[in-house]
Design a protein around this ligand. Structure first.
Ligand code: GRF
Length: 302
């Protein structure tokens, strides 16, 4: 259950536990403060229950959110909790549906002439692969990571983008699946190659047509096995272990209109021991991904 939640939030293991602690501290602090506030307002057992309820609701709706942000900031998770609050406000209709976050002018970080390859990383998870790709191409003479595209507010990859001064685009499902809605933004950032690194939505045909043989995906198994709809994240490793496979690995492939079916360009294999669990296999796969994905991208774009 924890792992699913971690995936949903798109954060690292460490971040996940810190976030958990923040929620715990916030709940306890809100409960204690509520008691103080009701006492300060002179409320006791004989007070009219509606007033007590209103105070408690006020603390829950407003106090809780501020305390959450406070603890979040204290424990270094401001970005996660700020996005969490923004999402809440958007759901409640207090904020408009915003698609561009930390938007910079596409030329803002262009101290150098435009490189030959302007990469966009599409990712919506913790972003460990995105991180490796960004590190690999830092100061690269002909490849620049120019944009991170993400569909999950609060995903770890957004923090990674911010820390590295890379603009990111937060996309919305309905607009994305309309097909070419986001093309102008990609063009504006001069994107001429796309890598999917933990991006779970199917890429619409219009985007594939606009970037023929220029969209790569990484899959955490040896395709064609363990691919297709629903085969993502831990589901893949659980299926591999359940089938008693002796090896698994990674596949880097071009993207076509079907999940995980585009032409493969690279595979790397790891062995599965009897004591391996989906979790330990996931770690092995991540190591393979980090070692190979940036290098394979470089080979292809060069
Ligand atoms: C990777 O395992 C990748 O193969 C899959 O999604 C995962 C993303 O992990 N497509 P991370 O967010 O890069 O850590």
């Amino acid at each position: 259950m924890f792992q699913k939640l971690q995936q949903k939030w798109g954060v690292s293991h460490r971040q996940f536990w810190i976030i958990f602690i923040v929620f715990g501290l916030t709940g306890t602090t809100t409960a204690i403060l509520t008691r103080y506030v009701t006492a300060w307002l002179g409320m006791d057992a004989s007070s009219f229950w509606v007033w007590k309820l209103l105070v408690r609701l006020g603390m829950l709706v407003f106090g809780y959110q501020f305390i959450l942000l406070g603890y979040g900031a204290l424990l270094g998770q401001w970005a996660f909790f700020w996005k969490y609050e923004a999402l809440l406000l958007r759901k409640l209709g207090f904020l408009s549906q915003q698609t561009m976050a930390n938007r910079q002018s596409p030329t803002a970080n262009h101290q150098h002439p435009k490189p030959k390859t302007q990469l966009a990383i599409f990712a919506s998870g913790a972003g460990s692969n995105a991180q490796k790709i960004i590190e690999h191409f830092k100061n690269h003479p002909s490849v620049r990571v120019a944009l991170v595209v993400c569909n999950k507010p609060g995903a770890g990859v957004l923090q990674i983008a911010s820390e590295n001064g890379i603009p990111y685009l937060l996309i919305e499902k309905e607009r994305f699946f309309r097909g070419d809605t986001y093309l102008p933004v990609l063009k504006e950032y001069g994107i001429n190659f796309i890598v999917l690194a933990g991006f779970l939505w199917k890429v619409p045909a219009a985007l594939i047509e606009a970037y023929p043989q220029k969209i790569l995906n990484i899959h955490p198994a040896l395709l064609p096995k363990y691919g297709g709809k629903g085969m993502y994240g831990m589901h893949v490793h659980e299926a591999v272990i359940a089938a008693g496979e002796k090896q698994s690995g990674i596949t880097i492939h071009y993207v076509n209109e079907h999940f995980d079916e585009g032409a493969p360009v690279f595979q790397a294999v790891c062995t599965i021991d009897e004591k391996d669990t989906p979790e330990t296999l996931a770690q092995k796969i991540h190591l393979l991904e980090h070692a190979h994905f940036p290098i394979e991208i470089e080979k292809i774009v060069s």
